[in-house]
Design a protein around this ligand. Structure first.
Ligand SMILES: Cc1cc2nc3c(=O)[nH]c(=O)nc-3n(C[C@H](O)[C@H](O)[C@H](O)COP(=O)(O)O)c2cc1C
Length: 194
């Protein structure tokens, strides 16, 4: 199963693009599932270390559903809007809460395949840094990060929304980066997950 995580609290550009990616994968016969932070309660990690002792998070909020999906997934796509030149607080909050997954089993996410989608209101609004933040999360957790490769999607998929849904739909270059990154994501899934 491929899990798409949408780090935007709105049903706008990020959710639209992530859905496009998941629909493409569905057409290629992958089972997909979207988890969005929209309308969810996901509190930040409190570093209480309850998880280290008890192998589960003390905070019983909507992250419980995400934990179960993360465990079941073969591949993960994290899509985040740019907030202050990097990923949204909601995306980072989910990443930090994954400390409890590692406490349960340090290798729990190891060997899954990960790709990134970064969407900014500006053409150059922090997308590359955001992708590096996501890829760092992947590497820290043993997830294999995938880029789209040179000549178009060096680190992953980047979009320019001009702060609107219509804007992101017009970003032809963004779709090029998405298609290139999805192509490699599928290659890696077929190579390592079948
Ligand atoms: C708090 C905040 C900070 C933002 N900072 C940036 C930024 O640093 N760079 C950028 O390109 N866009 C920035 N934006 C714009 C959003 O990234 C952009 O509108 C994006 O399309 C939002 O995704 P959504 O449509 O899925 O909600 C910011 C928006 C908000 C609300």
């Amino acid at each position: 199963m491929i899990l798409g995580i949408c780090g935007s609290p709105r049903k706008k550009a990020t959710e639209y693009i992530l859905n496009q990616a998941l629909n493409d994968l569905k057409e290629k016969d992958f089972e997909t599932k979207m988890f969005t932070v929209r309308g969810k309660t996901i509190s930040p990690c409190k570093h209480c270390d309850y998880c280290i002792k008890n192998k589960e998070c003390i905070q019983k909020d909507d992250m419980i559903e995400a934990y179960s999906l993360l465990k079941k997934s073969d591949g993960i796509i994290i899509a985040s809007p740019m907030y202050n030149g990097g990923i949204s607080a909601q995306t980072k909050g989910m990443m930090d809460r994954c400390r409890a997954l590692g406490a349960e089993d340090i290798d729990i996410l190891k060997g899954k395949i990960g790709m990134s989608i970064a969407i900014g209101g500006d053409r150059v609004g922090g997308q590359e840094l955001a992708i590096q933040q996501i890829n760092t999360f992947y590497i820290l957790n043993g997830i294999i990060p995938v880029s789209g490769g040179p000549f178009g999607a060096n680190l992953g998929s980047c979009f320019w929304s001009k702060d609107s849904l219509d804007g992101v739909k017009e970003d032809e270059y963004g779709f090029k980066t998405l298609n290139k990154t999805l192509k490699r994501f599928v290659e890696y899934l077929n190579k390592y997950k079948k």
